[in-house]
Design a protein around this ligand. Structure first.
Ligand SMILES: Nc1nc2c(ncn2[C@@H]2O[C@H](COP(=O)(O)OP(=O)(O)OP(=O)(O)O)[C@@H](O)[C@H]2O)c(=O)[nH]1
Ligand SMILES: [Mg+2]
Length: 353
């Protein structure tokens, strides 16, 4: 299974502004001198690396990205205004290909620009054609069309957040609640046998401000997993590549503290103890989330949720996002290194907000 995020965009650069034909004029002397200015160059379209993004989701609601055209020149030697460039923000690791599959380039660094459609050249005004023996030129040139290209964008992604929890803790239910991914949910341990990935999107009502990140649901862990018990720790390698680990604790069991310390221990044996983390107490509709049960969580970063009723699911999505942003900022360099070792799963987009 490949874990890829893909989308198509049409990039259209701006047309160059036309040059103009104009002459200084005075009463009774129609053509004193050519003064028609050039047009402005058309704006170009660029992809720009943004380490605050982890998916291409934000580009799925719009296909055409057009930069501004240059403005026509004016009389009195006025050059037309240049068309503004258009910058399309993409996550690091985005590869751009033409429809024929030719690679145009990739964006690997924060702030890096990749030109994908060049703006059209400006047209020349008639003053450019002035010559000693050609004092009243009527020539000018039109601005050139900007480039237009259909692009396939592709991103190989790793998850930002990994869910680590005991079997049956509600990890898959959680992934279903926050994304459009549909991992199987059932009332028996080890329902999930392979990792699942979901893209979580948070957006405003108009889909203008779309933020997204990727969450991985991995098979349940039990005490002794690092020695091979249960499904073992083969899946911990997926957590190794995430920015943040979410410990998923089942509140319908009366041993949340045990679940937490066990998980920590297993993760420690895999060298994951220093990763950014937070704690999710699941099944809040049915379990014990009172002060006594959660005393051990005092001072820790935790949240109680219910995938069944939707309780605090929106808050969790926001909390995850803050976590991803915080770790991206701390860790902006490691992202690039990890691309070489990315492998993946199917990506499912969520349209919920
Ligand atoms: N009451 C309640 N039950 C839940 C909630 N979330 C999950 N469950 C139930 O808990 C059971 C296990 O849920 P899963 O999401 O499959 O758990 P999992 O952690 O993915 O389990 P494994 O894949 O076996 O590791 C199912 O019967 C779910 O219906 C919740 O918020 N409230
Ligand atoms: Mg599961």
């Amino acid at each position: 299974m490949k874990f890829k995020d893909t989308t198509q965009v049409i990039a259209k650069a701006g047309r160059g502004g036309d040059g103009v034909v104009s002459f200084k004029s005075a009463k009774n002397a129609a053509k004193l001198g050519a003064d028609g200015g050039d047009g402005g160059d058309g704006g170009s379209v660029y992809l720009v690396g943004d380490n605050g993004l982890s998916t291409l989701s934000h580009l799925r609601y719009r296909q055409l990205y057009a930069a501004e055209s240059g403005v026509r020149g004016g009389s009195n030697q006025c050059t037309g205004k240049r068309g503004a460039d258009l910058e399309i923000k993409v996550p690091l690791g985005t590869v751009a290909r033409s429809k024929d599959g030719d690679k145009i380039g990739e964006v690997l660094e924060n702030g890096a620009f990749l030109l994908i459609a060049r703006g059209g050249h400006r047209g020349l005004g008639n003053m450019r054609f002035l010559k000693p023996n050609h004092q009243a030129p009527e020539e000018y040139t039109k601005g050139k069309d900007g480039e237009s290209i259909e692009l396939d964008l592709e991103l190989q992604i790793i998850a930002d957040i990994g869910l680590a929890g005991f079997p049956n803790a509600g990890k898959s239910s959680l992934l279903r609640a926050i994304s459009a991914a549909k991992p199987k949910v059932a009332d028996y341990p080890f329902t999930t046998l392979v990792p699942h990935i979901g893209v979580v999107e948070i957006s405003d009502r108009n889909y203008q401000d779309i933020r997204s990140y990727v969450v991985a649901d991995i098979p349940g862990l039990i005490e002794g997993a690092s020695e091979g018990k249960g499904l073992g720790i083969q899946f911990l390698r997926h957590l190794k590549r995430t920015q943040c680990i979410a410990y998923v604790l089942d509140s319908t069991r009366d041993d949340m503290q045990y679940q937490f310390s066990c998980l920590k221990k297993e993760l420690q044996s895999y060298g994951l103890e220093d990763k950014a983390s937070m704690i999710i107490v699941t099944k809040a509709d049915d379990g014990l989330v009172d002060e006594l049960a959660t005393e051990f969580l005092n001072g820790k970063d935790w949240i109680a949720v219910s995938s069944l009723t939707g309780f605090q699911i929106h808050e969790l999505k926001e909390r995850f996002y803050s976590k991803v942003i915080a770790t991206n900022i701390d860790d902006s360099h490691s992202t690039e290194l990890e691309f070489s070792s990315r492998e993946g799963f199917e990506v499912v987009h969520s349209s919920s907000n």
